[in-house]
Design a protein around this ligand. Structure first.
Ligand code: BES
Ligand code: MN
Ligand code: ZN
Length: 496
């Protein structure tokens, strides 16, 4: 995929081409921006267009007489006092969204009454890359310059106060952005093209960045005793894969942090089959595994000073003559037995073995699992927050904090013995579903039975990984939600 080329330069007045200026609500445009308007026509043009500088809005001023430019685009940044880190990502996204032709663009990243820092400029640049993402590899007729698709072959120069600092900050932001785009690509890919084996092959490509990647085959998974994961996999013609990714950027003796992902490459529901309407969305049921792959990409690409492991369980939940049946009892790697009362509650069956394996092999500092686990979390939280479940208040608080700053928001849900007992089973140690209510909590309780005392957090991203409303930094079905969140978590709390 072609993406914009971005470079940074000192604040200056461009001589020609397309120019993007910023305007704030109330404060208007900076002196540098006004210098790009020698004939003083912009004020009037903006008034005529009823442009107030609201965040997310932009207006186009076509070759105003007296300016040397082909086009002047004014992008609103909202109130100067309300500018945040996420705001700069949105501004970058709005700028890219306002471009129409693949051309050279000069952005004057300057706002009155505040200093636009190196980090702000880097975030704006990252926002441009995120906005430029389009999944069109299967379209034989590209809509490169269509109304909806912003051009990707643009050369953007960001003029800002501290270009050297911005360049440095952008290197890190670009790594995280690469992880987001990778996660989106994996989620958008249809299941005929991306089964467990193909997913593992994609993960293996992280070796180029210095990640150690191990791929365990069906035989090895069986040998480890992962009966719960294997029970899900057995109904598909496509064999499962367990992928272990290690990034060792920290001190040799430091325990790793760990990310675990649900990688159900397609979820038919199995014998407890899903209805036809909307089943196509279940190609994205590997969204958790995509985020784990994305965060490992990000950490390696920016050479993060941390030891991290990412483990994903890749299986297809399908239904053939060998598929598991409701009532089957499987033995997980932990030795605990599970009565499978609903074959569509398969994510927890995959994750329970992967969590156990992760804990057992790595004794990590913490484990965070990500999964498109339940429809119930969408009923509870909609598309705007992921469900957060944790046995550790500090880890939960940190996830909440980084959720606020990245605006990949999480909302903590309860856990406790009253919920836990809902999965006790008559015939085995536990069953894989509870009653009618609190479905997302019940799923989390199930997972908790496999993490012992290790600090653990579970993010149910069913509502946020895909199908969430488009915004300034994402126009694609798959959002990549979680990569920026985890990257920020590592950066703020676990590096060095
Ligand atoms: N993959 C689904 C959850 C899901 C639903 C993700 C919609 C994204 C969008 C999961 O495997 C599932 O089927 N969960 C069931 C659990 C139930 C059978 C207890 C659900 O949520 O209905
Ligand atoms: Mn399911
Ligand atoms: Zn599923």
């Amino acid at each position: 995929m072609t993406s914009p080329t971005i470079s940074f330069a000192k604040l200056a007045t461009p001589k020609k081409g397309v120019v993007v200026l910023l305007s704030a609500e109330e404060a208007g445009m900076s002196e540098t921006a006004k210098a790009c308007d020698p004939a003083k026509v912009l004020d009037r043009a903006l008034t005529v267009a009823d442009f107030t500088g609201k965040m997310g809005t932009s207006t186009d001023v076509l070759t105003p007489t007296g300016t040397p430019y082909e086009r002047v685009v004014v992008v609103g940044v909202g109130k100067v006092s309300a500018l945040t880190e996420y705001g700069w990502l949105r501004i970058g996204g709005s700028i890219l969204g306002a471009l129409r032709k693949p051309t050279e663009v000069a952005v004057i990243l300057d706002v009155p009454e505040t200093k636009v820092g190196a980090g702000d400029a880097a975030n704006a640049a990252a926002g441009m890359l995120l906005r430029a993402y389009v999944f069109d590899k299967y379209k034989t007729r590209k809509d490169e310059n269509g109304e909806k698709t912003p051009p990707r072959q643009v050369k953007i120069t960001i003029h800002c106060a501290d270009p050297a600092g911005a360049r440095k900050a952008f290197a890190a932001a670009e790594a995280a952005t690469g992880g987001v785009l990778l996660a989106r690509d994996l989620v958008n890919e249809p299941a005929n093209a991306l089964g467990p084996v193909e997913f593992a092959t994609r993960a293996k490509e992280l070796e180029k960045l210095g990640v150690k990647v191990e791929v365990l085959t069906e035989k090895e998974i069986r040998k480890l005793g992962m009966g719960a994961l294997m029970g899900v996999a057995q109904g598909s013609a496509r064999p499962p894969r367990l992928v272990v990714m290690e990034w060792n950027g920290g001190k040799a003796k430091d325990k790793p942090i760990a990310f675990v992902g649900k990688g159900v490459t397609f979820d038919t529901g199995g014998n407890s089959m899903k209805p036809a309407a909307g089943m196509e969305d279940m190609k994205g049921d590997m969204g958790g595994a995509a985020v784990v792959t994305g965060i490992m990409h990000a950490l390696a690409a920016r050479k993060a000073k941390v030891n991290a492991v990412g483990i994903i369980g890749c299986v297809e939940n399908n239904v053939d003559g060998n598929a598991q049946r409701p009532g089957d009892i499987v033995t997980s790697m932990s030795g605990q037995t599970v009565e499978v009362l609903n074959t569509d509650a398969e994510g927890r069956l995959v994750l329970c073995d992967v969590l156990w394996y992760c804990n057992d092999r790595f004794q990590p500092k913490f484990m965070i699992d990500l999964a498109t686990l339940t429809g119930a979390i969408m009923v509870a939280l909609g598309n705007h927050h992921a469900g957060l479940f944790s046995n550790n208040d500090e880890l939960a608080a940190r996830l909440f904090m980084v959720g606020q700053s990245t605006q990949e928001r999480v909302w903590r849900m309860p856990l406790g013995p009253d919920y836990d007992k809902l999965i006790d089973s008559k015939n085995a140690d536990m069953k894989n579903i509870g009653g009618r209510f609190g479905g997302a909590i019940i799923a989390a309780q199930f997972l908790q039975r496999f993490v012992k005392d290790t600090p653990w957090a579970h993010l149910d991203i069913a509502g946020t990984a895909m199908g969430s409303p488009a915004n300034e930094i994402n126009q694609s079905w798959a959002s990549g939600f979680g990569v920026r969140l985890l990257d920020r978590l590592v950066r703020d709390y676990y590096e060095g």
